[in-house]
Design a protein around this ligand. Structure first.
Ligand code: GUN
Length: 313
């Protein structure tokens, strides 16, 4: 029972907040040690379109993380009804801006915007999210390049807790470009046997019950209960949802909403050997990987001798 904590019956909590904090400390030291040589801090441009409430929170978290480690962040907030072409013009300006090392387009986008066109317009060397076609191709071929932040964060978290991946049966629920597809590629590169399940998968539970490691990026609150879990499996919950609190508890703990993931945390904790909480699991790791991509690109743009291995714990 390698991952059980001292309570015996509960799964080990994979604490992304703690690991992200350790990564940030290294990144902060790395940035400050190279600042003089670089002549300028790393720069991250965040493009926000419309008023999606969750995006506002995510962007604010990214800005705060940048401030903590010495990355200069600039948020460009456009109206809901802006055209794809007008956003592309702004991205092209940022591609030419020598103070900008990373560009990120916060998803989801309003319906009239062509997401693929925007992601393609970003200079692949400034692709802070690792979602450009070239960088996804580099991932496919195991070549160096910025990696998609959420799956890279999951890999880093598992690595930090020394959870073995090689030879394990892994099921990823979700096939998005943001998470599911790059997640499956990274796990395959780490020698797992990977199955990707999605909304049309039949008899999902019989599949997930075989998984030593289950990564859930389904986008449905509390969809995965204990009936989906193999005994002592490792469970990674990528979902994050804001749900109304039950009336009885609404007054006791501030606020009327509660964050939850795609997994029923309490129930699944009794079966799994390790599990990520929501919040405080994958989310902070995603932000850390965004910082890693931005600093790596700064290092390349400024010709610094900094190695990525020096920047990570
Ligand atoms: N929306 C939710 N998560 C993410 C992310 O990691 N990157 C971007 N660009 N948009 C998101």
């Amino acid at each position: 029972m390698l991952y059980r904590d001292s309570y015996g019956s509960m799964a080990l909590r994979l604490d992304g907040r703690k690991v992200a904090g350790e990564i940030e400390k290294c990144l902060k030291d790395g940035v400050s040690s190279c600042l003089k040589q670089a002549g300028r801090p790393p720069g991250l441009a965040v493009i926000r379109i419309g008023d999606d409430a969750a995006s506002a929170v995510y962007i604010s978290n990214k800005e705060k993380a940048c401030a903590r480690i010495g990355v200069k962040s600039l948020v460009f907030h456009f109206n809901q009804d802006i055209s794809t072409q007008d956003v592309i013009k702004e991205i092209e300006k940022l591609n030419r801006n020598e103070l900008v090392d990373g560009i990120l387009v916060q998803l989801p986008l309003p319906k009239q915007i062509d997401e693929a066109e925007l992601l393609k317009a970003i200079d692949p060397d400034k692709d802070a999210d690792g979602l450009h076609t070239l960088n996804l191709g580099r991932l496919l071929k195991d070549e160096e390049g910025p990696r998609s932040c959420t799956p890279a964060g999951v890999m880093m978290l598992l690595d930090n807790y020394q959870i073995p991946i090689e030879g394990k049966r892994v099921v990823v629920i979700g096939r998005s470009i943001l998470v599911g597809k790059p997640m499956a590629l990274m796990l395959q590169s780490a020698n797992a046997t990977v199955t990707v399940a999605h909304s049309r998968t039949r008899d999902l539970a019989s599949l997930t019950k075989q998984a030593d490691l289950l990564v859930v990026a389904a986008g449905k609150p509390r969809m995965i209960g204990p009936e989906y879990i193999k005994d002592k499996a490792v469970v990674v919950d990528v979902g994050i949802h804001r749900q109304p609190k039950p009336i009885a508890s609404a007054s006791s703990q501030g606020g009327k909403t509660l964050l939850c993931g795609d997994v029923c945390f309490e129930e699944v904790s009794k079966i799994a050997s390790a599990i990520t909480p929501v919040p405080g699991g994958v989310g902070p790791m995603t932000v850390s990987m965004l910082l890693v991509n931005t600093i790596n690109s700064w290092k390349n743009h400024c010709g610094l001798s900094l190695r990525m291995t020096d920047l990570l714990p």
